[in-house]
Design a protein around this ligand. Sequence first.
Ligand code: B3K
Ligand code: ZN
Length: 876
Amino acid sequence: DRTVYLEDYRPTDFVLETVELIFELGENLTTVGSEMRFYRRGGADQSAPLVLDGDSLALSGLALDGKPLLPERYEQKHDKLIIHDLPTDEPFTLTVKTRIKPAENTQLLGLYRTNGIYSTQCEAEGFRRISYFYDRPDVLAVYTVTIIADKATSPLLLSNGNLVEQKELEDGRHMAKWHDPFPKPAYLFALVAGDLGMIEDKFTTMSRRDVTLRLFVEHGKEGRAGYAMNSLKRAMKWDEERFGREYDLDIFMIVAVSDFNMGAMENKGLNIFNDRLILADPETATDDDYGRIEAVVAHEYFHNWTGNRITCRDWFQLSLKEGLTVYREHEFSADQRSRSVIRVEEVKFLRAHQFPEDSGPLAHPVRPTQYLEIDNFYTTTVYEKGSEVSRMIATILGQDNFRKGLDLYFERHDGGAVTIEDYLKCFEDATGRDLSHFALWYHQAGTPEITASSEYDEKVGRLSLTLSQSTPSTPGQKEKKPLHIPLRTGFIGPNGDDMEPSSVSGGERRDDVLHLTKEHQTFVFEGLGARPAVSLNRDFSAPVKIEYDLPKEDLVRIAQHESDLVARWDAVNTLALNTLAAATRACQSGETIPVDPALTDTLTGFAEDDALEPAFKALALTLPSELDIGRRIGQDIDPDAIHLARNTVRDAVAKAGHKAFSALSVSPAEDAPFSADAESAGKRALRNIALSYLAAANGDATPAKEAYDRATNMTDRIAALRILAHQFTGAAETKAALEDYRERFAREPLVLDKWFTTQATIAGPDALERVQNLMSDTAFDIGNPNRVRALVGAFASSNPSGFNRPDGAAYSFFANFILTSDKRNPTLTARLMTAMRSFSALEKTRREKALIELERIASHDDLSRNLRDIIDRMLK
Ligand code: B3K
Ligand code: ZN
């Protein structure tokens, strides 16, 4: 059993000070020389051997202080290199030579070569696939890296830090030497070599140092790199202004590569990105793409302080860097765009991805205590729930105090590898507030559920609000304790204005934050002259589920009048979910499907309200997805009933709001030059949602086809294509538009991903055959993670009625795909597999068919550790 436990943590026996790496790059054979300077840690066992990590390495040399080591001095066991009888008092130098094969590395972990580019991905445990090393985040060393390669095919040789030497060698080779003065763990090491295009810019920091900024992309794509560069500069400025963080090297580089397992990687001074998160121009990128590029470029840059300068002691602390960095990223997006719109998007994401994870077989705390494969813990719980936890600290302390705590964190721990406890202590020490109860958020898995009830005593103007909290059991954690939950709460009067109680008892209330700390707690508010509508969890101040039987008129009042826009959106969303769930039930029992006029009226009201910003209106008008409805129903889910119910409700909304949608669908600024800013994006989003309602109301594909043909940017083009494909699946217009798109972007794999996804998510039983056919399209490439996610991933995770065909055929297709893909790329495969984590919420027939296929996967005894870990937990 290879399970790793938090409680087993202990520091290394040796301290690694410096490492000199020499790479001689060849696609079939690369040799890596590593010269490491060590000394024994004081207080450690003075006879302990040095144990280094390795994975799929060929050892070709080993020397101590320049002298080859005799075979009896070392052993290679279970991927470890163990060296005995090392000096006790003196520092020593260990030289290790390894051979690796970058072109055969289909896992895309370690050093790999695809499309003529050598690049690396070392987090979490990829460096051990390059050389034997202390591959753990608490070993921080200063790196000097020499790269030697053929100059014609690899004119560009990059690594972390500053370039210190570059020269020509014989046989057409050349070398470059990089030095990174900041001690770092191996997971932040990076190397890139190849032939790429570049754009360059500069940034002058707050202390007036000039930093060179370079962004590398495929030749010919330079024109699509400008937005990423611009985002980087805004992120650098923002981090100075908002958090006082300045960049620390003379150069900052970003490289975009096309074969990449995740989004991007924050390697010191040399971020490596999936090219889908860099490349953008109006013809090929949607507004959502622009938003994500801005956010991820910022996220990786922000890691320089939260992750790189201060890193994790061990991988259990992953959220220390990821949760905090996501929070910083969210704040950045909120400041760059519209704060409430960004917040609504975060809430939607959390509910769609983190809540299901937290209520399913893969649930784990933000800070786990054990793992089999750390790669599987880069989850929405560690990232997004981790971010919510930092957000709650800010809500509890207030923004100024949060900043004070974070300042102390940077001051106290710069250069360190620390824990979640160290992080929390900084907020306690800086503000005097005790966070020991709050800390439970890191340790307890599961989404807390709050039940609320209220009573209003008209005679004395008193409102009693009773809140009860509980957290469901999760794997390995049966009993749960009550948490400290900060709940922003508003009181909306009959005229729609905020009401302010004259006094509160029963618990702490600061500003509009109620501090729920007990299992049951009754807050009593005095001085409320009329019965208010209680708006709980404004701004989604806590990542919880709330069960509150609000009278419908209260929900409508909140939807129409709350000063907090997130709460307004949430009220509309609840109205819609209530209607959609009822419609699904009716559909299953063969009754006529009811559509609540309170919903259609409210939505029409939103559509007609000119005071609301377009982006917010677009969000409010978007009905919950079929997956959202399934999650709301929770068990015995019938995806076909949901699909039919949702279409029926959508058509009713479309008819009721027909006039308003017609008005919104005419573009006010069709001819204006394209701008990617949030305001313009909001207008496009609103126009496109209106267009989809109109298409539903009229049942005519022509307007969508015209919109497709007229489109001058990808947002409008793909929106029209989606309407055609999803609402007019077999139509001639749809066929023509799909063919046009395929042709138009024939040489743009990244852009064709949208075409794959659009078709993979067409509802209904034909989806499987469609996906299978698309897999033989020449643009599909099983070796490229983006293609796989765009087609197979989207089908499995975002096409509930198609993927969950009652005959189980799609499950069996998917299981076969998983078994094949696992041989090539375990990280990607394990991630894909999670698409089925909620299978037990399906109705019986589907659930049983899914189980058969999951068990078939599990019965193979040669699964990767990544897949084994996921499938076993799913079946537990
Ligand atoms: N830290 C990386 C993620 C690495 C994933 C390794 N399996 C990107 C990020 O979160 O910024
Ligand atoms: Zn990150």
